[in-house]
Design a protein around this ligand. Sequence first.
Ligand SMILES: Nc1ncnc2c1ncn2[C@@H]1O[C@H](COP(=O)(O)OP(=O)(O)OP(=O)(O)O)[C@@H](O)[C@H]1O
Ligand SMILES: [Mg+2]
Length: 261
Amino acid sequence: MTQTTPAAASQASRSARDPESRAFAGQTEGSALIEVKGLGKIYRTARGALTLFHSLELTVERGEMVAIVGQSGAGKSTLLHILGALDAPSQGTVYCASTNLSKLSLRQAAAFRNREIGYVWQFHYLLPEFTAQENVAMPLLARGMRKQEAMAMAANWLKEVDLDERTGHRPGELSGGEQQRVALARALVNSPRLLLADEPTGDLDAVTAGRTFELIQRLHASHGLTSILVTHNLELASRCTRVLRLENGRLARTGAVQAGG
Ligand SMILES: Nc1ncnc2c1ncn2[C@@H]1O[C@H](COP(=O)(O)OP(=O)(O)OP(=O)(O)O)[C@@H](O)[C@H]1O
Ligand SMILES: [Mg+2]
């Protein structure tokens, strides 16, 4: 039997479902994977309104690996949530993977997230009672794949993140770096186009953070991803194709990243 690599499977899976994705409303055919125009976000709380973004603009071309830096509280996580259809803007339009996110129903948004986006957070959020392999298989089972096939794909993915000797370990039996690699495999197992990572190396020591970042770079390239990483690590940010600083509600390109987040 021919062995299909996860990278080949990603490309095949994306091509196969493209006609399906065109069923979504508000599709564009531009080359950019993300186009944000006039984005505003206002949180209304009992203590008043908090305006996070003012006319924020962002274009990310397919294949880019963009780092977002900024002070704590600047709105980096909120921006990732909006790009990933987990939160809604107060103003403006967000096109992501050719889809106008504001036109999606809740059900379509859930399907969109499952199919198009891989998320990695600072904390891995793996399910403690399941093995690494079962955790990675979870998104495939959620979309209705047969267990045997899902487990085989999960095993391939664990190999891809150099964890083929840890398939039967539960999260509590893995190191922090290994847990994050399982989370990465789980994020990518559905062959998303976009990887959104919120401080993916924030909980790791410097050496493990560097290795995890290199793995993300490798997967980004081999799976034809577009990636956006939020990080406080300016050295890792500088290895991305572009570094944007979120400040005073807007994004600005920054070459020389300064200390302070
Ligand atoms: N649901 C909410 N309701 C009200 N305010 C919120 C809500 N979520 C976030 N905020 C506020 O919005 C601001 C931005 O939060 P966010 O988590 O996006 O910041 P961040 O840049 O990711 O910070 P950090 O680097 O500490 O993770 C914060 O001041 C936060 O208190
Ligand atoms: Mg955050």
